[in-house]
Every structure is written in structure tokens, then in C-alpha cells.
Design a protein around this ligand. Structure first.
Ligand code: ARG
Ligand code: GLU
Length: 680
């Protein structure tokens, strides 16, 4: 018995060290990981990943728009990303006659590609540790200004809460054109229901092309621009992946907080997330009920619903995951050990106490900001009342009339009024009462509660009527006066507008010495800086997972699963007839293969790569550096990896590159695009 226990203990120890795939590594420092990567199946060198002397894979990866990743797959600037990353662009180019979101879009030639005004992609030219230069007295803005002289964009980013500074130099391309997108019934298959869920069957990709001037340099849109020739593009593997295969992801994860102390985890798991989830549940219930009544409302609110639901579901997984792992208790134990070590070190001995105090100081303020943003600030007419109040002050009657007319044109009063009632009620209940605007609570109670009060506001306001009010009327309007009461709160909230509670300066300053101390003390830990939308490498392998007893999830999904979910009566599961026909005839051509003993087409797969929001659209490559998939999601049960990564269940979800090619070829009829890619 004992021996058995010992054996299984040994086994679990080796298992965790073998599949410990935590980490988002800086590409310029990847040399420190390359031995481990090669042991796990990577065949390339650190120089292949990142080099400033020759073309490397980093030249094939871009920051797409403001918060996604994309990758070059041809010598002519052809770029892949997710459908949900291209969504805004596709929507912007769509009209009633050309509904590319619904029907998809395939340019038949370069002449048919559609410029997307405002869309940019950024290539990392180089990154440089400038900690020493800054310590020696150079100013960050001078370092940035110097880099800009080379004609690039640049910024200095903090790593480890400011213990290290890196200069990032970017080339920004502004002529980016839409080349192809599947219909939403493929690109958004499963909608918000399947979002963050495994098994998954979403063809979440879209295709763009970057254009440059005759010198291959970034330029504003011009029809004389030429397809950009990237220094490097990804070759594509058509061989697919098997369970256990090495995978690497290269992209721009946005935000993690792996080193925060228990106070911060407790805030996320017990205060912030639960509040945000509860408030979003109310908004989603209201919106969904109205969407179910009308197709027009469903379409008008599709993007709003998707964006509210996305974080809502992620946070639920995060809370579950943190509780399941007991992260708060684990961190407390870690902190006790740390404190015992730090006791004899004067520079660190009182550190944790200072941190606890700092959290106590700012937590309520940070919470008020989050609460306000998730409640009162989500009501369209309240926000409008703020802006229009200012226009009225300026006395510009013409501007006033146009803005009021344009607000009313797209306005859904039924939804907004219900949300206003719920959100005001929640705000009053959850705010520390001494911080509420003076007299607000009494005024609401006098009318019989939030719902009655909001009814009264909506009935009295002149902003929503048929007759446009004058500037004088707007200044005295009930909605405008109501909105004005929140100005002091908004003003104060600006001071706490940081990524996370732990990034509020009063707290963050203690993390600098704390991180130094951790690195001195916790010698076994492999440190990597938290994600901050700078380029990172993570690696792992294709793997399923067992979440609960006997609940094993296989790592590859197939077209059979799409057909099983297909239902013409459910909007999110109503696939194109073409796909049904191809399936019925098993006419998969070169894309068909045996999966789990069936002839099918692989669609999505799971891997153990440590990812976060921003990694959407990132290339997933095999050990030879060939593209095997495009990352687009995580399982919601593993989203606590932003705070604690658990190698046994944390999985990222990618669309298999062969499904992407299958859709381009067989659904889009755009096989000519595949010709310019390098298939292996
Ligand atoms: N969960 C993915 C991400 O965080 C995909 C979101 C878009 N898809 C959706 N159905 N809302 O961005
Ligand atoms: N879909 C996410 C994104 O937009 C990636 C999912 C995640 O958070 O891992 O970046």
C-alpha cells in the first residue's frame, strides 16, 4: 500500500514536471528555454524564433488591430487571424446588399480585396532590455524618441512591475485589406453558447492582406501599393497533429497576474468577478429575452451580446477554477513561507504587511470604479445624457439637434429602460452608502424604488421625445441632471483606471521589491513577466484533459461533431447547405483523413499552451515551425490560468489549419489562395 502510494506520488511529481507548460516567454530571451523546448520536440533554434540579424519567425507574427494576433502565410502579405478578430472589419464593410458577416466574403483577385479604413497591423522590429540605460539616468521618452527617428513606432514597457524595462520598436502597416471570411455560420458556429467550451467546432478564421509602398515600407492606403513582402511567413503543415505532439504559440497575450498575493486573488474570486457576473447576468437576461422576440433585435444586439457574454463566461470559469485550485489558501501558505524567510532580511521583512495595508487602502476605490463601469455606465441613455448635457452648455443648438436625432435613431428604449432600472438598483445596493451621490437614495426611495424612479425619469425626459428640446430644456432635463450627479464618482474613478487592482500605483510599488525578493528566495521557480500585450512564446503539446472522474475530453474535434450539432432552427447551429452536402457525400477531397477510426475532417484541437486574451489569432506551430492551427479560445474551466496555471486542465483551443484550408477551398471556392501558401 505504502509502496503504491509512493509510486503514484513519484508519478504525479514527474507528470507535473513533464507537462508543466506554464509560461509566456519573451522572444528575445527564449534562449533560456530552448533546451527544454528541444527536449519536448522543438527542432528549431532560438535564432529561428527571434533574431535581429536575420529574418526569423517573429517577422511572420503581427499584432492585429488593438488586441489580437495575426500571422503571414505567403510571400505576398497574406495574413490569417480569427473571424472574431476580423469581425469588426467585416461588419464595417458589410451592408444590406453585401452582408459579408452572414454570407462570407471571398475576393476573387487582388483587385477585389477590400481596404479596411482604420485597421492596422504591427510588426515587432526589435525589443531591447533598457533597464540598465534607465538606471543610468536615461529617460524612457528619450529612448523612445531615438527609436522613432528610425521611422518606427516605439514604447517602453514595464516587466515584473517595473523591475525591468524593455523598448519595443514596431512597424505599423495601415493598408490592410479583407481577402476572405467564412459565413458566420462557420466562423462563429456555436455562437455564445459554445464560446469557451470544449468540444468546439468553430471555423474561427478570416483572411487579410497587408499592402506596402514600392519600397515594401508601410504606407497609407493607395491603389498603387503592392502586397507587402514579409521577411518571413509560416509554412503550413497538412499532416496535422496527434495527441502528445509539441506545439508552440507565438502572439500577444494581454493580461495575466501570476505573482499577485492572496489579497488580490481573493478580490478577484470573491468580490470583483462575482459582482461583474451578477450584473452581466441581469443585462444578458434582458437582452436575450428581447432578442428572442424579434430577429431585428437579435441582429442589432448580436455584437453587444457577444461582448458582454464573453467576459461574463470567462469570469465564471475563473472563479470556479480559483476555488477548485484553492489558490487563495495556496498563496497564503506561500506567503507564510516567504515571510519566514524574509524575517531576517530588513529590506523585505515588512513587505507583506505593507502590501496588505496598500490593498486595504485602495480596494474599495477600485471596486467602486468596476461597479460603476458595470452598472450605471452600461446604460446608453445615461451616457448620452452626460455628453448631450455638455453640448447644451456650449449652446450649439444645431449640434444638439443632430446628436439627439442620431441617438434616437438607433436607440432601443425597451432594452435600455429595463437595464437602467436593474443597474441603478444594483448600484444603490452595492455602493458603500456614504459614497453615493448626495440625496440620490432618498430621491429614488421617494418614487418607490429604482424601477419606479427610472420609469419616472424616462417619462419626464425630453431627450427621447418626438420634439427636439432646446439647449435650455436640455440643461434642465431630469435625465441630464440625474447623470450629472455621477461626475464626482467618474472623476475619482479616473485615478484607479489601471489594468488590475495590483497595478494601482499605491499597491504596485510594493511589487517591485516583492518580485526581487521572490527571485532571491524561490530559486526553483521559472520566472516570466506577466502578459502585457507584448510578443510572447508559450509551448506545450496537444493534449486532452480529465476534468472530473471519468470525464475525459479528447483533444481533436471533427466535422462529424458539426453535423451532430447542426439544426436549421437554431441560429447559431444552422450550417451552410454546402457543408451538409459535402458531409453526406463524404466528399472531403484532400482534406479528409482517419480520426478516431472514422473518415472525417479535423476541425479544432486542444493543447497545453499558456495563453490569454490577445492570443486570439496566434499561430500554433509544430516542432518544425510549421503552422498547424490558429488559436482562438481557452476552455472556460481553465481561464484561471491568468492567475494560476494548472497543467492538468488548462487548455487552449485552436482551429486546425486543415479545416481552415478545407473551408477556403470547398466552401469559399477560393482554392487560388491556397496556391500562394507554402504547404508541406
Ligand atoms: N472566447 C473567445 C475570446 O475570448 C472568443 C470570443 C468571440 N466569440 C464569441 N462567441 N463571443 O475572445
Ligand atoms: N478569444 C480570446 C482572445 O480574443 C482568447 C481566449 C483567451 O482568453 O485565451 O484573445
Amino acid at each position: 500500500m505504502l509502496k503504491k502510494l509512493f509510486l503514484s506520488l513519484m508519478l504525479s511529481l514527474t507528470l507535473t514536471s513533464v507537462c508543466a507548460d506554464e509560461g509566456m516567454w519573451l522572444p528575445s530571451l527564449i534562449g533560456s528555454r530552448i533546451k527544454d523546448m528541444r527536449k519536448k520536440g522543438f527542432r528549431l533554434s532560438a535564432e529561428d524564433i527571434y533574431s535581429i540579424n536575420k529574418a526569423s519567425l517573429k517577422d511572420a507574427v503581427v499584432l492585429f488591430g488593438g488586441g489580437c494576433t495575426g500571422e503571414y502565410v505567403s510571400e505576398q502579405g497574406l495574413l490569417l487571424t480569427n473571424h472574431h478578430c476580423g469581425y469588426g472589419s467585416i461588419q464595417q464593410l458589410s451592408s444590406v446588399e453585401h452582408d459579408y458577416l452572414t454570407n462570407g466574403f471571398w475576393a476573387k483577385s487582388q483587385a477585389e480585396e477590400l481596404p479596411v479604413p482604420g485597421l492596422t497591423v504591427r510588426r515587432l522590429v526589435r525589443m531591447e532590455d533598457v533597464t540598465g540605460r534607465i538606471a543610468a539616468g536615461e529617460k524612457a521618452q528619450d529612448i523612445v524618441a531615438e527609436a522613432r527617428k528610425e521611422g518606427y513606432a516605439a514604447d517602453v514597457q514595464q516587466m515584473y512591475y517595473g523591475n525591468q524595462q524593455f523598448l519595443f520598436v514596431y512597424e505599423i502597416f495601415r493598408d490592410v485589406r479583407l481577402v476572405g471570411a467564412p459565413p458566420s455560420s462557420i466562423g462563429k458556429f456555436g455562437g455564445d453558447t459554445d464560446n469557451w467550451i470544449w468540444p468546439r467546432h468553430t471555423g474561427d478564421f478570416s483572411i487579410f492582406r497587408v499592402y506596402a509602398d514600392e519600397n515594401n515600407r508601410p504606407a497609407e492606403y493607395s491603389k498603387n501599393n503592392k502586397p507587402y513582402r514579409p521577411a518571413r511567413h509560416f509554412e503550413i503543415s497538412t499532416k496535422g497533429v496527434d495527441e502528445g505532439d509539441f506545439t508552440m504559440i507565438y502572439g500577444f497575450p494581454g493580461n495575466t497576474q501570476e505573482y499577485v498575493i492572496s489579497d488580490a486573488v481573493e478580490y478577484v474570486a470573491e468580490v470583483s468577478d462575482p459582482m461583474k457576473i451578477a450584473l452581466r447576468t441581469k443585462r444578458l437576461d434582458i437582452i436575450s429575452a428581447e432578442q428572442a422576440k424579434s430577429a431585428e433585435v437579435r441582429i442589432a444586439y448580436a455584437a453587444v451580446h457577444a461582448s458582454i457574454a464573453n467576459a461574463w463566461k470567462k469570469w465564471q470559469g475563473e472563479v470556479m477554477g480559483l476555488r477548485r485550485l484553492g489558490t487563495v489558501a495556496k498563496k497564503q501558505a506561500y506567503e507564510r513561507e516567504f515571510a519566514a524567510w524574509a524575517k531576517s532580511k530588513p529590506e523585505y521583512a515588512s513587505l507583506l504587511d505593507s502590501m496588505h495595508t496598500a490593498y486595504k487602502q485602495v480596494e474599495t476605490e477600485y471596486y467602486i470604479r468596476e461597479l460603476y463601469n458595470e452598472s450605471v455606465a452600461t446604460v446608453d441613455v445615461f451616457n448620452f445624457a452626460r455628453t448631450i448635457g455638455r453640448v447644451a452648455e456650449s449652446g450649439d443648438e444645431a449640434k444638439l439637434a443632430t446628436q439627439i436625432a442620431s441617438f434616437n435613431k438607433g436607440y432601443n428604449r425597451t432594452i435600455d429602460e429595463q437595464i437602467a432600472a436593474e443597474m441603478l438598483g444594483e448600484f444603490l445596493q452595492r455602493m458603500p452608502s456614504e459614497r453615493l451621490p448626495e440625496g440620490l437614495k432618498a430621491a429614488v426611495e421617494a418614487k418607490g424604488g429604482a424601477k419606479k424612479y427610472v420609469e419616472w425619469l424616462f417619462a419626464q425626459t425630453s431627450l427621447l421625445g418626438d420634439v427636439a428640446p432646446t439647449a435650455e430644456q436640455v440643461k434642465a432635463d431630469v435625465m441630464v441632471t440625474f447623470a450629472k450627479q455621477f461626475e464626482p464618482i467618474i472623476e475619482n474613478n479616473r485615478k484607479y483606471a489601471y489594468r488590475n487592482l495590483s497595478n494601482v500605483p499605491e499597491v504596485e510599488r510594493w511589487y517591485r521589491p516583492y518580485m526581487q525578493a521572490l527571485r532571491e528566495w524561490d530559486k526553483k521557480r521559472a520566472f516570466y513577466p506577466d502578459a502585457n500585450l507584448t510578443l510572447r512564446v508559450a509551448y506545450g503539446k496537444v493534449a486532452g484533459y480529465e476534468y472530473a472522474d471519468a470525464e475525459y475530453h479528447h483533444p481533436v474535434s471533427t466535422i462529424d461533431g458539426i453535423i451532430a450539432k447542426d439544426d436549421p432552427n437554431i441560429y447559431d447551429y444552422n450550417i451552410p447547405q454546402q457543408l451538409r452536402d459535402i458531409y453526406a457525400a463524404k466528399d472531403y477531397g484532400r482534406w479528409g483523413e482517419q480520426v478516431y477510426g472514422r473518415y472525417s475532417v479535423p476541425v479544432c484541437f486542444l493543447a497545453t499552451n499558456h495563453t490569454s486574451g490577445g492570443n486570439s489569432g496566434s499561430p500554433i506551430i509544430n516542432g518544425r515551425g510549421e503552422l498547424v492551427g490558429i488559436n482562438f479560445d481557452r476552455t472556460w474551466r481553465s481561464t484561471m490560468s491568468d492567475i494560476e496555471f494548472d497543467p492538468s486542465i488548462c487548455r487552449n483551443i485552436s482551429v486546425d489549419i486543415r479545416y481552415v484550408l478545407f473551408v477556403i477551398d470547398r466552401i469559399g471556392g477560393a482554392g487560388y489562395l491556397i496556391e500562394e501558401m507554402s504547404l508541406k
